[in-house]
Design a protein around this ligand. Structure first.
Ligand SMILES: [Zn+2]
Length: 251
């Protein structure tokens, strides 16, 4: 079975559910909505190809799961029909901010744009969580804007990189098109619990065997999860090139 298809994604989230986890959005976690349950946070960074996110959102809704979709302001992510479709399924919409990189390190302008963009996404959903976009090719780390300003002034209750205690939450991400892609990742990494696997089939097995911690945050980029062979192959080739570049930057 090919990895990173919608078919294997469905197997993955079903395995989490069968392993006793409740599949929730990041807002549910941040508000501690299910305090006495095993929870599996479904986070999605919609970096590009937003209709692939509509597909994962539908797949999740089919099994009664809820997740969070972080949209960027740039046109390859920000497509109103996709945002509306995902919000209508009951998932959380959040803002995947990159204002500092887009404004080339101008903090004042970035903060102004952050507020404008947040207001824009709130036309579609009452956004109350945000998450940085890694901008691996940019020298600006988007999180640094919060050294000078405070997102909590804007009705934002949580940002995963600041408001999650990863000593108690296992963080798993498909960044770089492999699980545990730490050495390829420029910014999408945390200090905390670790699990050892690189293929989705291995993750499914660990979930089925109940070998993982009680709280997990899974982050995926739905652009790479597709059954369509042509776009699946182009994502594979493109990511191999990107990983070579990112491996150099990460060092
Ligand atoms: Zn991103």
């Amino acid at each position: 079975m090919r990895d990173f298809t919608l078919d294997i994604y469905k197997k993955l989230i079903s395995a989490a559910q069968n392993g006793g986890y409740r599949l929730i959005g990041y807002d549910d976690f941040a508000t501690n909505k299910f305090p006495s349950e095993k929870v599996y946070i479904l986070r999605h960074d919609v970096d590009a190809i937003p209709f692939n996110s509509v597909a994962t959102a539908k797949t999740e809704s089919e099994i009664g799961a809820r997740g969070t979709y972080y949209f960027r302001i740039v046109k390859q992510s920000n497509v109103p029909k996709a945002i509306e479709a995902i919000a209508n399924l009951g998932h959380e919409i959040g803002y995947h901010y990159e204002d500092l990189a887009l404004q080339h390190g101008n903090y004042e302008r970035a903060y102004e744009e952050f507020q404008n963009n947040l207001a824009y996404f709130r036309k579609y959903y009452p956004v109350n969580t945000i998450c940085m976009h890694g901008s691996p090719m940019s020298k600006w780390d988007n999180r640094k804007i919060w050294e000078r300003f405070d997102y909590k002034k804007h009705g934002i209750i949580a940002e995963p990189y600041f408001d999650t205690d990863f000593r108690n939450v296992l963080y798993i991400t498909d960044t770089s098109r492999r699980w545990n892609g730490d050495k390829y990742s420029v910014r999408d990494k945390v200090n905390g619990l670790q699990a050892n696997f690189s293929k989705t089939a291995e993750l499914i097995k660990l979930l089925e065997d109940q070998m993982l911690p009680n709280t997990i945050m899974q982050n995926i980029h739905p652009q790479r999860w597709t059954n369509d062979f042509v776009s699946w192959t182009s994502e594979l080739i493109l990511q191999n090139i990107k990983n070579k570049i990112k491996q150099v930057i990460a060092k």
